[in-house]
Design a protein. Sequence first.
Lengths: 172, 172, 172, 172, 172, 172
Amino acid sequence: MALKQKYPKDSAVTMTEMVLPNDTNPLHNLMGGRMMHLIDIAGAIAAQKHSQRIVVTASVDNISFHQPIKLGSVITLQARVTRAFNSSMEIYVEVFAENLSMESKILTNRAFLTFVAIDQAGTPINVPELLPETEDEKKLFDGALRRRQLRLILAGRMKPDEATELKLLFED
Amino acid sequence: MALKQKYPKDSAVTMTEMVLPNDTNPLHNLMGGRMMHLIDIAGAIAAQKHSQRIVVTASVDNISFHQPIKLGSVITLQARVTRAFNSSMEIYVEVFAENLSMESKILTNRAFLTFVAIDQAGTPINVPELLPETEDEKKLFDGALRRRQLRLILAGRMKPDEATELKLLFED
Amino acid sequence: MALKQKYPKDSAVTMTEMVLPNDTNPLHNLMGGRMMHLIDIAGAIAAQKHSQRIVVTASVDNISFHQPIKLGSVITLQARVTRAFNSSMEIYVEVFAENLSMESKILTNRAFLTFVAIDQAGTPINVPELLPETEDEKKLFDGALRRRQLRLILAGRMKPDEATELKLLFED
Amino acid sequence: MALKQKYPKDSAVTMTEMVLPNDTNPLHNLMGGRMMHLIDIAGAIAAQKHSQRIVVTASVDNISFHQPIKLGSVITLQARVTRAFNSSMEIYVEVFAENLSMESKILTNRAFLTFVAIDQAGTPINVPELLPETEDEKKLFDGALRRRQLRLILAGRMKPDEATELKLLFED
Amino acid sequence: MALKQKYPKDSAVTMTEMVLPNDTNPLHNLMGGRMMHLIDIAGAIAAQKHSQRIVVTASVDNISFHQPIKLGSVITLQARVTRAFNSSMEIYVEVFAENLSMESKILTNRAFLTFVAIDQAGTPINVPELLPETEDEKKLFDGALRRRQLRLILAGRMKPDEATELKLLFED
Amino acid sequence: MALKQKYPKDSAVTMTEMVLPNDTNPLHNLMGGRMMHLIDIAGAIAAQKHSQRIVVTASVDNISFHQPIKLGSVITLQARVTRAFNSSMEIYVEVFAENLSMESKILTNRAFLTFVAIDQAGTPINVPELLPETEDEKKLFDGALRRRQLRLILAGRMKPDEATELKLLFED
């Protein structure tokens, strides 16, 4: 039986959190590890909604941290599936922060993660195909191949000269 | 006044944790986000010990997750500074897991993170130079430049053709 | 200086959470108190965004719990301001749940809460007026007076025969 | 087989907690949602002791929050069953707070909750009848019917003109 | 100014907790460390109530763990001051557990702890004298000297032959 | 089948933690109960590694707390098995703390705990014999008998005059 195709909007997730004391360092700023934890949960929920399966984190790409986020700030995570590959899904998460005095929120982090859908025995299982709709979604869909090759090279499972898609990164 | 030079062993950190129910997914395996959180804490402690300053996470490189780690398993994180650059430090974290029936522990994750030392006002501040001693430490020290260029490219702050060190990665 | 008027959409909050082991009872269902905690946080974030002030919970109205929500389910909380009164705001929170096998999420809880905006000394401080736009928002705005009277009666601070708005409830 | 009758004192619960940093807002006062969580746990323990069954929260009535409770304060929750109806129980919880400099504690919150006893399959199951002993217990026992009607009206499951007991509230 | 004298009942504490998943080991029994944590909190609250000061744990005596306590059980901690010495107080904590099917609770642990009252600068500060009233309280009051000598010997701060009170232990 | 003999180093555990806000009292110092919790976890991991079984805490000996440990400090726990008795193991835990400005860490706590290895039914099960190697390990091994007698006396399960080993304590 063929799996239903799905759109990014079908599994898009918005997650909002308030920065609490235990999430912060001695300067009262959000700790990076707590942020990673939230990014993973937001991504896992999107992947679970797309696949309607239990999912496990397979990888997280490079994440940078630029601005300190103060205790009491509100952070909003937006997660959506960018592409599905057999049993795995790439998820894109954007993190926005706003404190009390801000009129608008600012983008503080961006992350790409991959998750694998598994059955009750822990065996990978196929997931629905992803159909990008908007321009933005199509761009993320196309870039997914290139990011996948970079992951394989960094994991030592692909030779750089085989990474035909990755060369686009270096020619941008 | 010149800062004292330090060796990797001066700030090496071993962190051991037991996987508790709230760290696990419905199949009773450790969730990726919780692992990332632990990796960040281990790395931050090593960076804090090297710099004797408050540190903030600046970036985490690609992390892969291969084996499921069961509820009740013991995980051990080894973190050490690989190189210092002005106010930032690269930290290498290895994660090992062992469950009840295992005779020996297995390497489950590897991660490189960078931290920045800051003063009470949040301003970056210089840290001691790192002096690698062993062959392994020297190899990590040398690779730090290459990984730094990859981070800058991925963050859009360096052009690929300027990344002289990174080419070594593609020629390995 | 007059405070800026604001629309409900300016402070609407979507909060998504995964039900973790520690949130559940021995039958692996979400505990009511954990749900209340999440409802309060979602409401507080909406009130904080509307007022751009620290807010404190002043009251929560009757909440019913109908369906068990299983471990591993995803719950989504939607919070929005329904009306502002000087320093206080009424917030409406809807909770939806979906488990792995569900095609769509179901409404599991509804709650009205009030929050008061305070300054750094803890003194109540005026908040922007709320301007309802949609039919739904106008209905919630109008009902806010009636719910307020019921709260005052239940708190023993208004006599039932003075509750002119509340009579509408008994005539619906 | 008839279930044993029980007295309120048989299942009365006293719960004491210290307000910790993660329970507080940026002004270092206990957050409402954390208080609701504690009220639910205290009530659930009383209901579990009365029924000797797993219990689930069915509803919580209006709760007001008047005084800020500071970090480091001690809060004491008193919970007792007020009346049993087939498989459900109404519980009354009073919350007292005291800080370091206080000679005596003050009543900060009052709440009525209902819990349902269930078996391992999640099916509601009858609970022992409650026998009030003191004047105070008898008053709470009598008021339980009136509060129950208000809950049914608020949940849209009873018409106001059928609420014969509730009229007493408006005539008090 | 002389400090007010106080009775044990003035600061007696009852603390009730439900055993949650994260408190348990893989056999779903309460972990010893979580129990110790609760014992310390109950003791600290009693010491804080007696002294109306911030208190810090100075020592905890030998604790034994006999019965497994299952997930979902209710545990009740009773803490009371047994004797005050200048700035320190000895506290006695008894822990009772009951699960769903139990008619009555059983005593599972007993512990003696000492706490020191400190001012805002962290300096020890005198506490009110304790006046035992009941036979049980007087016995605990008298035994406090003997337990104190044993602590001093175990900490290497008293020679065994100076422990005149401790000999009573060996002659019991 | 005879169980394999093991050395202390085979199950030695190093655990590093950063003191977070929720671990601290209103003066921002680590609370004793949190420290006890960490000591128990470190000890349990060592006992689990030695026995390759689920373990439960059987007892913890007297622990003293001397220095305040500040928020943001790094604490390191070293746990190792000192001796095995049939199904039980004695574990020795040392705790070191260092804050940002310290050049070296200081010993803040020492604790002896006993754990029992159990099978899936909760029945005690034999563990490997411990073979001490170094002088320090042999001293801890020898002292284990004496400490065991003190525990039995304190638990009322041995008469003081039978405690032949314990007399060494009083003659030291």
